[in-house]
Design a binder for this molecule. Structure first.
Ligand code: NAD
Ligand code: TYD
Length: 340
């Protein structure tokens, strides 16, 4: 199985690479990543010497680079590469358009020209917009992206589905809820709050803190993608998440308090700050399609997942300290410098 992973130096892509090499002795993974601020090769230190793994530094929006790479022939391309942080997209949408939209189309063009076996587009629940209490997103829920990030991911999803319809490309789209776990860049809620608490800094809670996200452990996400590579059907969309009828919503403030309890830090660290503009109130993913068709369900409960995640950030303080200080960007030069 020859797999091309884009954005594999990021949080979910690196988890997926470690997962695939661990699960499948016959997997060969090429990781193509341009190493933006979110790319950190240290996330892959545990497998970087594995002969079944290779790193290529390139931009998915560079047609020549993608065409050259894809001409090597791949069974599967999994597109994780993206600008992924909503707050940054509010500051400036430019890179979101370039990577998430132009980059995805560039990959689609090369995948078609170079006959890639399967194209998997990794997308998000944010394409559906915001939900009232009690409801959940289904695959046929109308698309209603509210942030520039979500709008760019929606455009990418539609380009993938258009390539299936128009050109017959073998592709499908996965839409997952909020992920958490080890190696997540500490600009996102959970790693930011854990690391701030460990540093004795305040935890900035946007608005009233009553927004709701559907939190999935990243290991459950990687397992779903692996399953879908084998079972998923051309032209389909698959929701991945944890919501079930009657499930209790978890507000951001509840998550923050849970983390503080796990860390034995005081709630006085919570600080309510100005809300994010256009902040989506609530997400919840109905995952009954992937459950019914292929038997997938989340295996890691939020309580267990948060506890083990907190432990990881406590035990791997140097990882996030290097990220917060910017030192992580030296990793590529130090480890790959001789090959430059
Ligand atoms: P991330 O920001 O941690 O990683 C993104 C990676 O893409 C980085 O390594 C970065 O260097 C790379 N990249 C960015 N632009 C590139 C370009 N032009 N060319 C090549 N590489 C480039 O993101 P993540 O949280 O790991 O998310 C991965 C994917 O999953 C994204 O497509 C995101 O939309 C989607 N997703 C994320 C979540 C979540 O909760 N984090 C939930 C659902 C879906
Ligand atoms: P985030 O991790 O940025 O993911 P997304 O916006 O893609 O869902 O944020 C998760 C939730 O936490 C979201 O409702 C915004 C909120 N949030 C805060 O309250 N404070 C913060 O510092 C951050 C980063 C997020």
């Amino acid at each position: 199985m020859k797999i091309l992973v884009t954005g594999g130096a990021g949080f979910i892509g690196s988890n997926f690479i470690r997962f695939m090499l661990g699960e499948h002795p016959g997997a060969f993974v090429t990781n193509v990543d341009s190493l933006t601020y979110a790319g950190n090769l240290e996330n892959l230190a545990s497998i970087e010497k594995d002969p079944r793994y290779r790193f290529v530094k390139a931009d998915i929006a560079d047609p020549d680079a993608m065409d050259g790479l894809l001409s090597e022939g791949f069974d599967t391309l999994v597109n994780f590469a993206a600008e992924s942080h909503v707050d940054r997209s509010i500051e400036s949408a430019r890179e979101f358009i370039r990577t998430n939209i132009t980059g995805t189309q560039t990959l689609l063009d090369s995948a078609r020209a170079r006959s890639v076996g399967l194209f998997v587009q990794i997308s998000t629940d944010e394409v559906y917009g915001s939900l009232p209490p009690g409801e959940a997103f289904r695959e046929d829920t109308a698309l209603h992206p509210n942030s520039p990030y979500a709008a760019s991911k929606t455009a990418a999803d539609l380009l993938v589905l258009a390539a299936v319809h128009t050109h017959g490309l073998n592709a499908f789209v996965t839409r997952c809820s909020n992920n958490y776990g080890p190696y997540q860049f500490p600009e996102k809620l959970i790693p930011l709050f854990i690391s701030n608490a460990l540093e004795g800094k305040e935890l900035p809670v946007y608005g009233d803190g009553l927004q709701v996200r559907d939190w999935l452990h990243v290991d459950d996400h990687s397992r779903a993608i692996d399953l879908l590579i084998r079972e998923g059907r051309k032209g389909e969309v698959y929701n991945i998440g944890t919501w079930q009828t009657g499930a209790a919503d978890r507000t951001n403030i509840e998550i923050a308090k849970l983390l503080l309890r796990c860390l034995d830090r005081p709630e006085s660290l919570l600080r309510y700050v100005t809300d994010r503009p256009g902040h989506d109130r609530r997400y919840a993913m109905d995952y009954s399609k992937i459950a019914r068709e292929f038997g997938w369900k989340p295996l890691i409960s939020l309580e267990d997942g948060l506890r083990s995640t907190v432990r990881w950030y406590v035990e791997n303080r140097s990882w996030w300290e290097k990220v917060k200080s910017g030192e992580y960007q030296e990793y590529y030069r130090r480890h790959y410098g001789s090959r430059l």
